[in-house]
Structure formats: structure tokens, C-alpha cells
Design a protein around this ligand. Sequence first.
Ligand code: MG
Length: 196
Amino acid sequence: MLLRPDAVVASVTEVTPELLRELGVRAVMVDLDDTLVPAGSELLEPLFRAWLSELVAAGFPVVILSNGERRRVERYARELGVRGLALVGKPFRHAFRRGLRLLGTPPHETAMVGDQLFTDVLGANLIGLRSVLVSPLSPGKLLHTRALRRLERRLLRRWQRDLAQLQGAGCDEPPKASPRLSTPPRRGWGLWPSCQ
Ligand SMILES: [Mg+2]
């Protein structure tokens, strides 16, 4: 299922080194708008800045991978002390290949963390990255984003029901990272079980 993320969390701050190791990941691409900063806003939470610094300090190289405009992406990349790629063209594969070239890791050891199923998750899954979905920081600036968000919510609800069934059938070992994953995540589930 190309649209289904490997993990769902409420916020980037839940993308801990422990979770990344559990996913087998050594490097991270992170979306900008509605993942780190609300779309159309300039507000970068100190909490998110601290999260990114901690990840880098723990040895995970990070690249911002955004479809947003160059000046905005460069500004935040500079502010956060990481590299940033703007107007990359997610969900197309070439966008993620550019990120991989900067990070120097193979796809299966690299995570894409973002708020949209149809750009971040779909593109990541197409090229074999580990995909992590975060709850969006705003309802979306563009009309089509808002429409896609409604579809995303429907899909997430369906997967959540599927997951509950799998867990009910004794399929899922509780993921090791789950206590850290959820307080609780707004979407209610963490790692997708590996047994299905
Ligand atoms: Mg986004």
C-alpha cells in the first residue's frame, strides 16, 4: 500500500532516535510546511528546533525536503543549521533522490517525515524510504490541500480500524517505541505491525 506510512505520530518531537533505530533508519528528510512550521506562518516552535538539534547531535544527518519556495526553505535551513532543498517536486522520485544524494544513505536506511500522505508518504514509499506521518500544524493554506486532508483523514480512520482488528487478533507485538510514541498521538496509532 503506497499511501500507508510506516509510522504515524502526532508531532516531529515524537520522531526520536529510538523510533528511527526501530525503523532501521540512519538519516532523515523532513518536510517544512505544516511539519516544522505552519503553512503561511513564520512560527518555528523552539521545541521543534530543539528536536532537530538533538537528532543531529545523536548522529542523524537531516535535510529539509520541501516543495516550498526557495527563500523560505533556505531561511529555515540556515536557521536550523541543516541543508535544505526547495521546490523539489514531491511526490516524484527525483525529489527524494536529491535528498538521498545529500544524505549519502540508501533509501531503506532513510526516513521521510512529513504531514501529507499524497506528497511525503506516497513519494517516500515509491522509492523505498521509511515514511513517518505527522499531524499537520495547520488546516492547510491551499484549497486542494484542505480537500486532500479530508481524504487523508478518511484513510487514516480506516487504517486505524484495520490496525485495531490486527491487534485484536493478537497479531501485533507492542512496538518497543510505543510508550514514547504516543501521549497519545492524535491519530491514535504508532508503528504499523510488522506481522501483516
Ligand atoms: Mg507539508
